[in-house]
Write a protein of this length. Structure first.
Length: 115
């Protein structure tokens, strides 16, 4: 059995891959939300009520509303995860750029005393 790689050196972000994943999640979140909107448009009353279906239609509508509220939240979570991945990539990339610039400037200040 293969062993898992060691995490001794921390972690690396592949920003291009992370941004692509964030974009894909954003697209999936919108597609998911669109599907939920179509389900929300369905009206169980279209079955008609001859008196026999009333209790079933009422129970079905309540279950449907609870499920669709949950599904709506899931769409928000999917989209929010994509937004979070994108923000993480931007922030870490900015920190890496700032750090790299700071390291390059270390030798520029001749008045700095190193202890």
């Amino acid at each position: 059995m293969a062993s898992l790689p060691s995490m001794e050196r921390g972690f690396d972000m592949t920003h291009g891959t992370l941004r692509a994943a964030a974009t894909h999640l954003g697209v999936h979140g919108e597609e998911y939300a669109s599907a939920v909107r179509r389900l929300l448009d369905n009206d169980p009353r279209s079955w008609g009520d001859d008196g026999l279906m009333g209790p079933f239609v009422s129970a079905y509508a309540e279950c449907k509303n609870v499920a669709l509220a949950t599904y709506t939240h899931m769409g928000d979570v999917i989209t929010g995860t994509g937004d979070g991945l994108s923000a993480a990539s931007v922030r870490v990339s900015a920190i890496e750029d700032d750090t790299a610039g700071g390291v390059l400037r270390l030798g520029e200040d001749t008045g700095t005393a190193w202890t």
